[in-house]
Design a protein around this ligand. Structure first.
Ligand SMILES: *Cc1c(COP(=O)(O)O)cnc(C)c1O
Length: 359
């Protein structure tokens, strides 16, 4: 029996996607082989990677002057790859610290140049998105970095900072494909696949073409965007199977009606859980206000033993990985695209019952 998996990542994949992957596992089309076994230089695989890129461009409405790169190394490698490639003008960059991932991006970039924290919400365990004062922005920064959706803390930027000519760089690991974004507002978008796009091992980078080709001399060949842009993500062996699964996920997103439809479903799922939490006598959401994430929803009872009891009983009832991140405690329900409405409905039912028995 499949469980409802509320993991922050690797996370659930749509059942339809897994079934199709299973159907095609032994033989993809008429090729006599699994996608996993295919040469990445074969024309069969070239057709797969080309179609995945085309689908991603279609689903996200990616403008012509952006390159799509299929890389490895996780979002965490981008914390270094971005400064190595972009921080080669003034050598400065701005950061908004909205959580652990944003802080890691800042720390890593600080090894390469002059990094400024323009705002932080660390004072309240990153439970809100800080107000931004454009007067604090560095006018000649090489880039401005944000983490759009903060996986651990359950916040999302309600609006994008206006950075003018300074390229906006966003870590979208936990919100990519959850709703439409205007790609043209960004210089670079990156995301690890294992939240909303596919299996771990694939990292997607969407980069404006003019930002390619300015890497520092010390940049390792594999960390240079130019290397991958010039070789169609085939400089070396790309994560072939992960890219194929992303293609199936994109087919699924398209069938559901694209990102506008995903947004509606995601907002409905999140509202169901938030409405319950807001009225609950036992559970409290840790984030209030317009910066609430529709992907990751942390909540607490305020009592560590009660939290542990809930985590243990929910697991027995078939809701797994609902324990919160150690830095926040309590619980967290990650409800990415692949979590069905039914999963959230059943979780809320279970929470109501738990509340009645324990409040
Ligand atoms: C999961 C996550 C990461 C880390 O991704 P890796 O692929 O494990 O390096 C970074 N940023 C955000 C926002 C995440 O959710």
């Amino acid at each position: 029996m499949r469980v409802y998996n509320f993991s922050a990542g690797p996370a659930m994949l749509p059942e339809e996607v897994l079934k199709r992957a299973a159907d095609e596992m032994l033989e993809y089309g008429e090729t006599g082989q699994s996608v996993m076994e295919m040469s990445h230089r074969s024309k069969e695989y070239q057709a797969i990677i080309d179609s995945v890129e085309a689908k991603l461009r279609e689903v996200m409405s990616i403008p012509e002057n952006y390159k799509v790169l299929f890389l490895q190394g996780g979002a965490s490698s981008q914390f270094a790859m971005v400064p190595l490639n972009l921080m080669n003008g003034s050598g400065k960059a701005d950061f908004v610290l909205t959580g652990q991932w944003a802080s890691k991006a800042y720390q890593e970039a600080s090894r390469y140049g002059e990094c400024k924290v323009v705002a932080s919400s660390k004072d309240k365990t990153f439970s809100y998105i800080p107000k931004l004062d454009p007067k604090e922005f560095t006018p000649d920064a090489d880039y401005f970095h944000i983490c759009l959706n903060n996986t651990i803390y359950g916040t999302k930027f309600p609006e994008l900072p206006e950075t003018g000519n300074v390229p906006l760089v966003a870590d979208m690991s936990s919100c990519i494909l959850s709703e439409p974004v205007d790609v043209s507002k960004f210089g670079l978008i990156y995301a690890g696949a294992q939240k909303n796009m596919g299996p771990a091992g694939l990292t997607v980078v969407i980069i404006r073409e003019d930002l390619i080709g300015n890497a520092r001399d010390i940049t390792p060949t594999m960390f240079n965007y130019k290397t991958h842009a010039e070789n169609g993500s085939m400089y070396n062996t790309p994560p072939t199977y992960g890219i194929y699964i992303l293609g199936l996920v994109l087919d699924w997103v398209k069938e559901k009606g694209g990102l506008e439809a995903m947004k509606k479903i995601n907002e409905k799922k999140a509202a169901l859980l938030y409405n319950f939490l807001d009225g609950s006598k036992l559970f409290k959401p840790t984030v209030t206000g317009p910066e609430r994430s529709i992907m990751n929803i942390p909540f607490v009872t305020g009592n560590d033993e009660m939290d542990a009891k809930f985590v243990s009983e929910s697991k027995k009832a078939g809701f797994i990985n609902i324990k919160g991140h150690r830095s926040v405690g309590g619980m967290r329900a990650s409800i990415y695209n692949a979590m069905p409405m039914e999963g959230v409905e059943k979780l809320v039912e279970f929470m109501k019952k738990f509340e009645a028995e324990n409040a």
